[in-house]
Design a protein around this ligand. Structure first.
Ligand SMILES: [Zn+2]
Length: 130
């Protein structure tokens, strides 16, 4: 009759405080990751990567900066594919538009700033997954 409390080991969500099973991977209330190794260290990337270098990389080669920072997918495609897509897009712009420099610069600046925002631990504008 007393097997309702089969497990008496619990952990509390570091984000919302909800009681979760000790072996839970994600919080049942807010869905935040409960893996023991990553409670609050969201601003530090694995291997202490340089945020400024990542930003500059993404400015020069949009997509490669995401790859450097360790994102597996950006806007549901791999960072390398994103780099190729942006390179093709900029090639087309260069061939058909007279104000191509400005547009290419804006595209590069957009990706660079998006990655900079992501390296600070925020979401940015483009969906990306580790
Ligand atoms: Zn929670």
């Amino acid at each position: 009759m007393a097997d309702y409390c089969a497990s008496d080991s619990f952990m509390f969500c570091s984000s919302c405080g909800t009681k979760n099973e000790d072996n839970a991977t994600f919080c049942v209330n807010c869905g935040v990751s409960l893996s023991a190794s990553a409670p609050t260290a969201r601003t530090t990337a694995p291997g202490q990567k340089n945020a400024i270098l990542a930003t500059i990389l993404n400015f020069l080669f949009p997509g490669i900066g995401y790859w450097y920072w360790g994102y597996r997918k950006v806007a549901t495609i791999s960072p390398v594919l994103l780099f190729i897509a942006v390179a093709v897009l900029e090639f087309v712009i260069w061939n058909y538009l007279s104000y191509s420099t400005l547009i290419s610069l804006l595209i590069s600046a957009f990706f660079a700033y998006d990655l900079y925002v992501k390296t600070t631990g925020q979401r940015g504008w483009i969906e990306a997954t580790k």
